[in-house]
Design a protein around this ligand. Structure first.
Ligand code: NAP
Length: 294
């Protein structure tokens, strides 16, 4: 068997087109374009590339971007004051503080300055709480215009995974889903979204026993670990859907958490790295900015 390749680039491009169309319609009706504030602290080259890509994608979708760069040794107070100012600014619909932050800055204090309604990364306790309490299903996570704007914003990467599964017609209700990873950014919100979509969910982490055996029971297997090609072909149930969130830079280039060639022999569907989940994250950031501007 050779798996169907789930094309994240194409699904992300379609979502970005839908976002651009919503923005264009709103502007044509006399409303201001949505505005996303990005805050970058320090000179980590990867973070600079990520933020530049996000701002470019905003421009292509007609979203205004407001950018602030601070030195790596900026006092914590200065960053908190900037975020608080952006939070009060009525021209700013969404705020993205690029992580990771330098060690002397407490990420939780920074997030505490962002209102849930501007939290386009979905990382504040209020948004995480809405998701954990089951108020955000697939429709609420993916709709651009309808739905209750007070219901919350979902972290971009897991929302992107749900969009891939939804667009690819993967049945989640009643499915056994296994998520490897329990981070606040990916694993936990991913598990909540799957529970809210009526899957039976197992969350694995570094203390999980018999990880391969647990993975072999998965109809939907989601790897968000950060270990190159850890998930072998013999971890995959025949006919499963395998979603590889991992982005690991190695001497051979960017590789995922799944041994792609081996897993593709067994799975029914699989996302590649690159070209799978990665492009969805930026597309979802644009979608969340449009949602935040409702
Ligand atoms: P993270 O915060 O480092 O979390 C990794 C998780 O994997 C933790 O829960 C950890 O368990 C678990 N883990 C580590 N080693 C393990 C092992 N040997 N067996 C089982 N579980 C293990 O990473 P993250 O931010 O969630 O990101 C995960 C991966 O996704 C990374 O490769 C990252 O680059 C990628 N990523 C991609 C995108 C995208 O846009 N495609 C976005 C975000 C992240 P413990 O909790 O027990 O430590």
């Amino acid at each position: 068997m050779s798996a169907e390749v789930l094309d994240g680039r194409a699904i992300a491009a379609a979502l970005r087109e839908r976002v651009a169309a919503v923005v264009a319609r709103r502007v044509a009706a006399g409303n201001p374009a949505p505005g996303l504030a990005t805050v970058l602290v320090g000179d980590d080259p990867a973070s600079h590339v990520y933020v530049a890509n996000k701002r470019k994608a905003c421009a292509e979708a007609g979203i205004r971007s407001i950018h602030h760069e601070l030195r790596g040794d900026v006092p914590e107070r200065e960053l908190l004051d900037l975020v608080a100012t952006l939070d009060r600014d009525t021209e700013v619909d969404g705020i993205l503080v690029q992580m990771p932050l330098p060690d002397h800055i407490d990420q939780d204090l920074v997030l505490a300055e962002i209102s849930a309604g501007k939290d386009v990364d979905g990382l504040t306790p209020v948004n995480a709480g809405h998701l954990a309490q089951g108020r955000i299903g697939v429709r609420e996570a993916l709709d651009l215009e309808s739905g209750d704007p007070l219901v919350g914003l979902v972290p971009c990467t897991p929302a992107g995974v749900i969009e891939i599964l939804d667009r690819s017609g993967v049945e989640l209700a009643g499915a056994n889903a296994v998520v490897i990873g329990r981070s606040i950014l990916v694993g936990r919100p991913m598990a909540s979204l799957l529970v809210n979509a009526d899957a039976t969910v197992t969350v694995c982490h570094s203390r999980t026993r018999d990880l391969a055996e647990v993975c072999r029971r998965a109809d939907v297997l989601i790897a968000a670990v950060g270990r190159p090609e850890m998930v072998g072909g013999d971890w995959v149930k025949p006919g499963a859907t395998v979603i590889d969130v991992g982005m690991n830079r190695t001497d051979e280039g960017l590789v995922g958490d799944v041994d792609y060639a081996a897993a593709a022999e067994v799975a029914a569907r699989i996302t590649p790295v690159p070209g799978g989940v990665g492009p969805m994250t930026i597309a979802m950031l644009l979608a969340n900015t449009v949602r935040a501007s409702r």
